[in-house]
Design a protein around this ligand. Sequence first.
Ligand code: GLA
Length: 686
Amino acid sequence: MSPTTRDTGRFDALTADAGILFGADYNPEQWPREVWVDDVALMREAGVNLVTVGVFSWAMIEPEPGAREFGWLDDVLGLLHEAGIGVDLATPTASPPPWLGVRHPETLPVDRDGVRLIAGSRNQFTPASRVYREAALAVTGDLAARYAGHPAVRMWHVGNEFGQLDYGDEAAREFRAWLRARYGTIEALGEAWGTAFWSQRYSDFDEILPPRRMPYLVNPAQSVDFRRYSSDQLRAVFREQRDAIRAAGAAQPITTNFMGVFAHADYRSWADDVDVIADDQYPDQASPTAPADIALVQDLMRSLGGGRPWLLMEQAVSATSWRPHNLPKSPARARLDSLQAVARGADGICFFQWRQSRSGAERFHSALVPHAGADTDVFRGVVRQGADLQRLRPVVGARVQADAAIVFDWASWWASSESAAPTDRLDTVAEITRWHRALWRRGIAVDVVAPTADLTGYRLVLAPHSYVIEQDAAAALTAAVTAGADLVVGPFSGVADANGAVYAERSPALLREVVGVSGEQWCALPDPSVPLVWTDGAEPAAGVSVGTASILGEQLRSEGAHVLARYGAGPLQGRPAITRHPYAAGTAWYLGAVVDDAVLDDVIGRAAASIDRPLAGYDLLPDGLEVVRRGEALFLLNHGDPRRGGEAVEVTVPAGLVDLLTDEVSGEVVAIAPDDVKVLIERQDR
Ligand code: GLA
């Protein structure tokens, strides 16, 4: 197997041996050695089986250029190994020592305004810098050579949360090389970027710069290509460190931690480079929609790995400290968050961090061992989680089967985020999150897929905001409908090609035939909203609103589609807003406006009518209840927060199922307390 190909078997072998992984980032360099001994004892008490070590240890390992101080790390790994605790060993390359930037200022990133960023925080490197890359590879190579065969090391963790942007001269050089490789000739670039506009014609690649501060609006194609380049450049940094670890003989899985729906890295292009998808998740405790919102991220992570188990690499056990206002989680909620990730496919549950720092920028970020020590509700909650996760061993490796898919891709998101559009209020991620919520409320499992994926196995495909649609995506979406799926397309879709050039035809270009409706122009809607009048079946009295549209509508005409709702007032009064079109064996629904939550839920509910639910008889689940089937296990998670008046919910299930968490045998009616979870499975030998 080539070192550049992911090998998912390495992670499967680890979890087959260790069960569900449970642990945290461990930063022993912040503590005296006596604390290490306490740490290891407490880890054992909690059932921790994996800790990520060394993420920010470069200055400890290489206190001056070329030096190597591995003795302390030998001791840490030795202690952990004696206690049977595995190590996810990190390359320390996310935070270079201050001396690197002092000696080589070109390793420091430059922001859009030309400001060079300095040491004193973290992440002060430019991915394009050859000096940085060589220094990072040197320390990675030595680390891997020393520890590749260490029995404590169960996994490798490259860098941390890759996400740096750099607009400096190093980046300019690499961006040009990237553009040369993409376009070949400057004429081809000029065509793709539309440089005839505003006299932007370049005669040589060397004239091109990253999209630094400019007098007025930036060429959107240049901006999107810079995003593509930035993601690819970070990916190259990841890959070369990964390859150095493999070249040193390491056989463990290698990964890095993603950041959910993150704007600066196209994780779908990274997915084949990691042996396991790993993600950091910090749902906001202050948001009532957090459980549904994070479910989308978890579905994305599972889908990036082709449905295979993924790893929740970091989360907070109580409060974060980087938000302006940081609500803590109760121990019960922390447990619920962890079990939600398992329900949606995670085979590992880890946290940032093991012991709460006394100093530094994250001194108020929660940790498994808080400042107040182990005699705390937080730590008792951690011990409980460890025990729960051991009980869930039967779900290791099990899959979530989805009949529904939601379309999301970075290039389209990027192109749609460029300024100077009909509205800057249409947010791709917000729309996808809202559409996904309609499935979450029904317990309908969903994969998050590229529009070019093979969609023919799905019974429902949602395309909430696919701004960029090219021939391959149009063909895939059409094939899904042809095969019998319901396809629901949202507004401002099929607008542009991959360069962000708008199709000079009626919208949604390339999908007109399948949706049976087309638009002449997009139309920002007046605040706060305009009424929609349902016209399907029994007509409400003239002018009676059944919901609203806001932000953006489209001046549509039906080309064969049945009109379900029209605008009741406003600039588009009387025109179609929501349509349905039978096509081949399937049905295409079109939402020509950003409709309110209730209307959206209604339309998606209709389109999803034929999909089997994990709980028979429930079209909509009781408020706050999340239901997921993973393999044979039925997860029932009650997100009704008791601090917000959440209550126990009762549902009917097949009698005689066993709760893996308690061994209790359930009757037909199961009550789930707020913040609690049941994992029901048919009785079997465990
Ligand atoms: C991320 C980072 C950690 C830490 C936490 C704080 O997970 O990887 O180093 O900063 O955020 O929430």
